[in-house]
Design a protein around this ligand. Structure first.
Ligand SMILES: [Zn+2]
Length: 135
């Protein structure tokens, strides 16, 4: 699974989120080089503030692996996870998290398991546009 393909998958999910008027954030979990779950933000659809892309993807991965310990799993997420998701990611035992867009830089605590990677897809602009259009 190359980064380019992961970006493409994330972008597809983000377009779905936009279609349903959800905040365009997507997450993918990979194990042994294969996608085991993917999700986009569904807070409005489910009317549940916990339904962030990261958490939905974790729930799907647990179901698929029949194991709540997501060892050897890697998460790719378009935006750096919020504090709630970071806590849940930690509990899930996911070992590495890669994200493409930073949250507010000052609030970001340093965690060696989190790595920012550069993308060819402009996830940041998609997010900004979404919030501008909502006003
Ligand atoms: Zn979150």
């Amino acid at each position: 699974m190359s980064i380019i393909n992961i970006e493409k998958e994330l972008n597809k999910l983000i377009l779905k989120a936009l279609k349903y008027n959800e905040v365009p954030i997507a997450a993918i979990i990979i194990k042994n080089g294969k996608i085991i779950s993917k999700a986009y933000n569904k807070v409005n659809k489910t009317n549940n503030f916990m339904d962030h892309a990261e958490i939905i993807s974790i729930k799907k991965a647990i179901k698929k692996l029949k194991n709540w310990r997501l060892k050897e799993c890697i998460m790719y997420v378009s935006l750096e996870p919020c504090a709630m998701c970071k806590e849940i990611i930690k509990k899930s035992r996911i070992e590495e998290v890669y994200y493409f867009v930073n949250q507010n830089a000052e609030k970001t605590e340093k965690n060696p398991n989190y790595k920012k990677i550069n993308s060819t897809t402009d996830f940041s602009t998609t997010l900004k546009k979404f919030f501008v259009n909502r006003r």
